[in-house]
Design a protein around this ligand. Structure first.
Ligand code: PLP
Length: 395
């Protein structure tokens, strides 16, 4: 067979034929404990019966009608997301970066509608990640994503993540909004101080700016609350969701207030596939599970247990690991050896993890795991760390 895929990913030489809960079975007959969950996407693990049923039932009815018509499953999902957040209105799309684009556009239109077209700049943070469109890489300001794609999309400024002084100094008459991930994912599992999130809200209120939270990775139950910003008791004006929302079905969403939503009247913004019945049925099925009494508390408890175990691991292997960071089941292990080597060595032992900036190994297991899987994963990480110590001794 010809090698015809674009070479834009550094893929592991590993493919899977099926999954079950937190387990993935490779085409060469091995079993892996999946602490990537498709990069925080498969919130309910693989082949979750309720999700499978929801998708199969919808697939047998109607797949796609477009937004020319009403989509009852989407009306229901929007109402439920609104009920459990600050939002009054929801726009559905197909990915995280489309949620970002919708956020950036609605902010500009919001101020344009108020006769302030010069107020269009969005302040984002160093180390941030909001997707790979031209505007999203400009928002992040990260050369890693921007190099070679000049000219850069205009309208974005950056401040150091977590720095309130820089934030105040960066605001001008042209500033429209502030965009922050409550916990940076790709940036290396860097959690904002809760006080910084509260400060963001105060600053936005003081200067009449819109606050945008990118909860694409940290939202949908990952930290043990439906949305990570709930830990700080702060709501944004605009929130981006994707990843876990569809449990593996591609979906993105923009949540906002009635006031901001006015900017998107009929015909102003749209997408062909966004909010299609298959995606909406999956989103509703994911919410069915996340909203079950005790589910999120269980995520928190399992996350705390994993954190505790990882701290022990770091203490026992200070030459391999430096620190644990993150929240709930969005955790990172900052490494002293190259994180890519740790990921490869863990994979050989049957544990899948994912890298992030700052030499961090990300642990993003499905939210359905229990202590047993945590013990197994930490056992495999222990073996992984041991292999580095052994390698050092033979040098
Ligand atoms: C993954 C991610 C995105 C981009 O989502 P895509 O679906 O890959 O476009 C944006 N923001 C954050 C915080 C993410 O983790």
């Amino acid at each position: 067979m010809r090698d015809a895929l674009m070479r834009n990913y550094a893929r592991a030489d590993l493919a899977f034929e099926r999954g079950e809960g937190p387990w993935l079975y490779s085409t060469d007959g091995r079993r892996f404990l999946d602490f990537t969950a498709g990069i925080a996407v498969c919130a309910l693990g693989h082949a979750h019966p309720h999700l499978v049923k929801a998708l199969q039932e919808q697939a047998a009815k109607v797949w796609h009608t477009s937004n020319l018509f009403r989509i009852p499953e989407g009306e229901r999902l929007a109402a439920r997301l609104a009920e459990h957040s600050f939002a009054d209105r929801v726009f559905f799309c197909n990915s995280g970066v489309e949620a970002f684009e919708a956020a950036a556009k609605i902010v500009r239109k919001h101020f344009d509608d108020r006769g302030q077209p010069d107020r269009y700049r969005i302040i984002a943070c160093s180390g941030s990640f909001h997707g790979r469109s031209l505007a999203a890489i400009a928002a992040s300001g990260n050369p890693k994503y921007m190099d070679g794609f000049a000219p850069n999309a205009p309208g974005f400024d950056q401040i150091a993540f977590g720095n309130s002084n820089e934030l105040r100094n960066a605001i001008t008459d042209e500033t429209a909004a502030i965009l922050v991930e409550p916990i940076q994912g790709e940036g290396g599992i860097r959690a904002a101080r809760l006080e910084f999130l509260r400060e963001l809200r105060r600053v936005c209120d003081e200067f009449g700016l819109l606050l945008i939270f990118d909860e694409i990775q940290c939202g949908m139950g990952r930290t043990g609350k439906l949305f990570a910003c709930e830990w700080a008791d702060v709501w944004p004006d605009v929130m981006m969701l994707a990843k876990g929302l569809g449990g593996g079905f591609p979906i993105g969403a923009l949540l906002t207030t009635e006031e901001v939503a006015q900017a998107f009247g009929p015909g102003v913004h749209g997408t062909t596939f966004g909010g299609n019945p298959l995606a909406m049925s999956c989103g509703n099925a994911v919410l069915d599970e996340l909203l079950k009494p005790g589910f999120l508390e269980q995520v928190k408890a399992t996350g705390d247990y994993l954190w505790h175990k990882l701290e022990g691991l770091v203490q026992r292997h200070p030459q391999v690991f430096e620190a644990v960071r993150g929240s709930g089941l969005m955790l990172g292990l900052k490494c002293r050896v190259p994180s890519g080597d740790v990921i490869a060595a863990a994979q050989e032992r049957g544990l899948l993890t994912v890298g992030a900036a700052e030499n961090v190994v990300r642990l993003l297991p499905p939210l359905i795991i229990g202590r047993e899987e945590v013990d197994m994963a930490v056992g495999l990480l222990e073996e992984t760390a041991g292999s580095f110590a052994a390698a050092e001794q033979t040098l």
